[in-house]
Ligand binder design. Structure first.
Ligand SMILES: NC(=O)c1ccc[n+]([C@@H]2O[C@H](COP(=O)([O-])OP(=O)(O)OC[C@H]3O[C@@H](n4cnc5c(N)ncnc54)[C@H](O)[C@@H]3O)[C@@H](O)[C@H]2O)c1
Length: 342
């Protein structure tokens, strides 16, 4: 298996690459190592990947490239000829999309367009791409099913991810490119993202600095542990989307198609209040947080809650790691990585 992973220096890309190297897949990765968050962490992840590939004697190659540059990315497709592409590179983050909207337009729309067009041109057998739970936007009918309404995004980030799903469906329909959209629900774990609350809370608590708790902590999130996500991606790499033979065009189910396209929720189906997950961090660190309560932020949603029925049916697995265990593993990694002795 020859696999191309975009956003490989990112949190999910890094973990997926480790799994692929262990499976002896030939891995090529693309990332522009941008400074949206700590570049050193991205570089360290790449360093780890090189070490892992050496110790396992697996083939690994990393390219610093911007997915917005079609010609440069085409050279990689031409030389490598991937069977499977997992497209994870994106401008992530809901709040930052209010500050820097063009980063989302350029990377998530133009960049996505380049990657899917090249995947079609070079006849990739399986195209997986990151969408997001944020596509459910203003919909408050929970748990979210893939067949639920997604017509009311509340941030530009969400709108770009929903656009990706629509573009992917078109490619499946016109060119029979098998596409699976991954609606991730708040993924967390070791080597995680410094821009996400679990990471910044841990950092602040350790420095005895206050943490900002939005909407009085009355936010529900379906936290999904990284190892569960990687098991799912591994199974999906080996199971491209297929056309739904019994698709009813008179009563269309938006989660599947007559073309080889599907979208899947990748969430824990067990939402937790923000306060419970702050308690899990406090317990793991054995330090109480100093909490500052602030109003809801524009672009945020109050709750996310995934229904995993389709995922279970399709690959026979769904995320199950409890938040306390996942946060404990994150905190252990954090203390090791930053060399902190409590
Ligand atoms: N982690 C989550 O909770 C979560 C939730 C929903 C959706 N997602 C989506 O999953 C994917 C992976 O998320 P992540 O948490 O690993 O994020 P991440 O930010 O850690 O990884 C994304 C990587 O893409 C790279 N990148 C960004 N723009 C690029 C460009 N123009 N060219 C090349 N590389 C570029 C970044 O440098 C980064 O390393 C993203 O598409 C994200 O939107 C993640």
């Amino acid at each position: 298996m020859k696999i191309l992973i975009t956003g490989i220096a990112g949190f999910i890309g890094y973990h997926l690459a480790i799994k692929c190297l262990e499976e002896k897949y030939e891995v090529i990765g693309i990332d522009n190592l941008n400074n949206y968050y700590d570049v050193t962490l991205k570089e360290k992840r790449i360093e780890e990947l090189y070490k892992k590939s050496l110790s396992l004697n697996s083939k690994f190659n990393f390219n610093i490239k911007n997915i917005e540059n079609y010609e440069k990315i085409e050279k990689i497709y031409k030389n490598f000829e991937p069977n499977c592409v997992v497209h994870l590179a994106a401008q992530a983050g809901v709040r930052y999309s209010l500050e820097n909207p063009l980063a989302y337009i350029n990377t998530n729309l133009l960049g996505f367009g380049n990657i899917i067009e090249l995947s079609k041109k070079y006849k990739v057998d399986n195209f997986l791409y990151a969408s997001s739970s944020s596509v459910y936007g203003g919909n408050e009918n929970m748990p979210y099913k893939e067949s639920s309404q997604v017509g009311h995004p509340v941030s530009l980030y969400a709108a770009t991810k929903r656009s990706n799903e629509l573009i992917a469906h078109t490619y499946s329909n016109l060119y029979s490119l098998p596409c699976t959209g991954l609606r991730f629900f708040t993924v967390y774990g070791p080597w995680g993202r410094p821009d996400m609350a679990y990471f910044s809370f841990t950092k602040a608590i350790l420095k005895n600095e206050p943490i900002k708790v939005f909407n009085k902590g009355e936010m529900l999130r379906d936290f999904t542990y990284i190892d569960d996500v990687i098991e799912i991606l591994y199974r999906l790499i080996n199971k491209p989307a297929v056309a739904e033979k019994n698709f009813n065009k008179k009563e269309p189910d938006p989660s599947v198609s007559w073309a080889p396209h599907k979208v899947l929720n990748i969430g824990n189906s067990n939402p937790q209040y923000l306060m419970e997950y702050i308690s899990a961090i406090e317990e793991s660190l054995n330090i109480k947080a100093n909490k500052v309560y602030l109003p809801m932020q524009p672009g945020d949603v109050k709750a996310t809650f995934s229904d995993s029925t389709s995922l279970k049916k399709w690959i026979g697995f769904h995320p199950q790691t409890p938040i306390k265990l996942g946060i404990k593993k994150f905190v252990e990694w954090y203390l090791r990585y930053y060399d902190i002795d409590l």
